[in-house]
Every structure is written in C-alpha cells, then in structure tokens.
Write a protein that binds this ligand. Structure first.
Ligand code: T46
Length: 181
C-alpha cells in the first residue's frame, strides 16, 4: 500500500498493491492492520456504502456535525474527482480543500478523516463509489456545504460538464455560515 501525502496533512491518498496475472488482478482493498500501521490510527469502520452515479453527478459537500464520519473512499467502476474540505476551526488547514482523481483502474483510495466535508464529481460515463465510514449515518446531523462556494474555490474539473445535483446539494450552506468542528 503506497501512502501519498496531500496538501492537507490529515488527508491521505492510498494506493493498494495490485497483483495482476493472466486471470485478472487481486488486491486487498482494506486491511485493518495495514491501514492502522501506515496511518498510525486506531480506526474501526462500522458501515460500508455504495453509490452509482452517471457522468456529471456531483454529490456533496457533506458531513455530520455530530457522529462525524471518517471515510475511506474508492471507485470500483469509472473515475471521479474526490474532494475533502477541512471543517475543523482550530486546524491550520481550516477552510482548505484537497482533491484527487480516483479511478477503478488505479484503485486509488482517499482517506478523509472525521471533521471534513466530502464530495465527488463523476468524470466517467458512470461511477461506482464505495466507501467505509467510522460512524453510522445520522441524517439529523448531516450538513451540506455549497459545492461551488466562492471562499472554498474548489477547482472542480468541470470542462464540458454541467453538474447534476440533488435538491439538497443545490441548496448547500455557504462555507462562512456552515457549522464547524
Ligand atoms: C449517506 C446515506 C444515505 N442513505 C439514504 C438516504 C437517502 O434516501 C439516499 C440517498 O442519500 P443521499 O442523497 O444523502 O446520498 P449522497 O448524496 O450519496 O450522500 C453521500 O454523499 C457524500 C459523497 C458523502 O460523503 C456522504 O457519505 C453522503 O452524504 O440514501 C442511507 O440510507 N445511508 C447513508 O449512509
């Protein structure tokens, strides 16, 4: 498992070793000991999620203000641009974002700790997005930050894409007014 730093120290890009042969490939998509040894974190995941989206779908930016969820995200079909925003007021990277292209081919994974807003934009015709969370879904605590917030100025790769958003995501909260950790 290769760990790549991002511009936000707590957010990591992980690339598992892929064993290919004439049959196809094998990889360990998650190994608790590897994950903990590499990141020095004692983390337990309690939920696995899977969403499928068409090209141009943008889901986010979401976080839970209570029961915040750490997320280990990956793509098993297609390609997305994945984004994490630091919502921790006392963090030196508060209000900063980091993004990475995650692909089924490369099997890159993004570790997004609790305290971050998270979202992604689908760049392929379709994308299957799978992720593990460190706490349970709690809709009453869910908050949404505007994906196109001017203060965040996230550089979404929108060339030729008009984002497809849920009603909730069309009404995201401006970052300046968003609840923080
Ligand atoms: C997140 C979630 C949703 N749901 C139900 C609630 C709705 O009936 C339906 C779709 O929910 P939503 O539109 O919130 O799904 P996404 O827009 O993909 O939300 C996710 O998008 C961004 C990228 C995230 O990081 C979060 O994990 C999550 O907020 O699934 C559940 O039953 N359990 C869950 O854990």
């Amino acid at each position: 498992m290769l760990v790549t730093e991002t511009n936000i120290p707590d957010v990591k890009l992980l690339t598992p070793k892929k064993f290919g042969d004439e049959r196809g490939f094998f990889l360990e998509s998650y190994n608790k000991k590897t994950f903990q040894d590499l990141l020095g974190l004692d983390i337990d995941f309690v939920q696995d999620n899977h969403s499928r989206s068409a090209k141009g779908v943008l889901r986010g930016l979401h976080y839970q203000i209570k029961q915040p969820q750490g997320k280990l995200v990956r793509v098993t079909a297609g390609k997305v641009f994945d984004v994490a925003v630091d919502m921790r007021r006392d963090s030196p990277t508060y209000g900063q974002w980091t993004g990475a292209v995650l692909t089924a081919e490369g099997q890159e994974q993004f570790w997004v700790p609790a305290g971050f807003a998270h979202g992604f934009l689908v760049l392929s015709d379709s994308a299957d997005f799978l992720y593990k969370t460190t706490d349970y879904y709690a809709p009453k605590y869910e908050r949404t930050v505007a994906w196109d917030d001017a203060d965040l100025a996230i550089d979404w790769p929108l060339e030729g894409i008009t984002p497809v958003l849920s009603a909730k995501d069309q009404q995201g909260t401006p970052f300046k007014l968003a609840e923080t950790f």
